[in-house]
Ligand binder design. Structure first.
Ligand code: DAH
Length: 345
């Protein structure tokens, strides 16, 4: 009777399967733990008649070894299966990587930097939080110049007038001209891209911050003709070989003479169209010969050195190149707008 039970249990155990370690542990408990079925048979050993004890003992030990081996065997299989499951399946289709786009202002800034780098200009930098000297005074702005007014310029900590009166957010990158000339002696040939701030209401055509690139060249015998040649090359690189330029007299405190530069309209090629208001020209930058007062303010002898400067708005150029109509698009980060520039990389 007991021998039959041993045989039946053995048959049962030989059929066991387990798909994971947990199921396997459940089987081990079911058969081999203190309250397990195999152990239960051992407990009946004392009821066996003495002449049967030997055979029964042997069979019982066999059963126990058999069960232990079976469990161990299943454990190995489980481990192997788990290892297989954790393997990286290199045949699975890859999840597509979502690649971002460069911001249009960054694209245009890079393009402009590349052009001037080829012409021998190096990059210069300066702080956005500036003082009155670098933004205005050293650049020959009169004490009562309207640009110094709070309407145009952001002041840092207006309440503490005694200490902070002179600390402002720069309203143009021309401040980096001063920083560079104070630090470095001629020849100087730099461009400076950067963000500038003005106290303007935000509309499609104006923003309280935007981006400029400043250019400065100081050496012996620099002339207006040098300025014109560099700007012509720049315009043709940026807008195409057939682009023409025109310089109109203008006024900036830090240049004398000063000019504004127009390029032939990139839409009609100068014929006249709605975009250029039928003039054939669109304005792109301000420029001029550095005023001797500015050179002297920065410790450069204006009898020995002369130079030119120019400044352009990156948003303005980007609008012209990509026909963006609303300045606010540049800072809203609407991905539908930004994705438009995927192909422009
Ligand atoms: N700083 C001027 C502005 O923000 C732009 C400018 C005009 C810069 C003429 C120059 C320059 O260097 O020569 O409107």
């Amino acid at each position: 009777m007991l021998l039959e039970r041993i045989e039946a249990l053995k048959a049962q155990i030989s059929e066991l399967t387990a798909s994971n370690e947990e199921a396997l542990e459940a089987l081990r408990i079911k058969y081999l733990s203190k309250k397990g079925e195999v152990t239960a048979l051992f407990n009946e050993f004392r009821n066996v008649s003495p002449e049967m004890k030997r055979e029964f003992g042997q069979k019982l030990n066999e059963l126990k070894n058999f069960a232990t081996e079976k469990i161990n065997e299943l454990r190995e299989t489980c481990k192997a299966q788990e290892k297989e499951a954790n393997k990286i399946d290199i045949t699975r289709p890859a999840t597509p990587e979502v690649v971002g786009t460069r911001h249009p202002l960054s694209l245009v800034r890079k393009e402009i930097i590349d052009i001037f780098s080829r012409l021998g200009f190096t990059l210069a930098d300066g702080p956005e939080v500036e003082d009155d000297w670098h933004v205005f005074s050293a650049l020959n702005f009169a004490a009562d110049h309207p640009a110094r007014d709070m309407q145009d310029t952001f002041f840092i900590n207006q309440d503490d007038k005694e200490v902070q009166r002179n600390i402002i957010l720069r309203s143009h990158t021309s401040s980096v001209q001063v920083r560079t000339m104070e630090r470095q002696k001629p020849p100087i040939r730099i461009i400076c891209p950067g963000r500038v701030y003005r106290n303007e209401a935000i509309t499609a055509r104006a923003h309280c911050f935007f981006h400029q690139i400043e250019g400065l060249y100081i050496d012996k015998n620099v002339s207006f003709a040098d300025l014109k040649q560099v700007l012509l090359l720049f315009a043709q690189e940026l807008f195409g070989k057939d682009t023409k330029i025109r310089l109109r007299p203008s006024y900036f405190p830090f240049t004398e003479p000063s000019a504004e530069m127009d390029v032939s309209c990139m839409l009609c090629g100068g014929e006249g169209c709605g975009f250029c208001k039928h003039t054939g020209w669109v304005e792109i930058l301000g420029c001029g010969m550095v005023d001797p007062n500015v050179l002297e303010s920065c410790g450069i002898d204006s009898k020995v050195y002369s130079g030119y400067a120019f400044g352009l708005g990156i948003e303005r150029i980007t609008n012209l190149k990509y026909m963006v109509k609303d300045l606010r698009m540049f800072s809203e980060n609407d991905v539908r707008f930004l994705n438009e520039f995927q192909a422009a990389h």
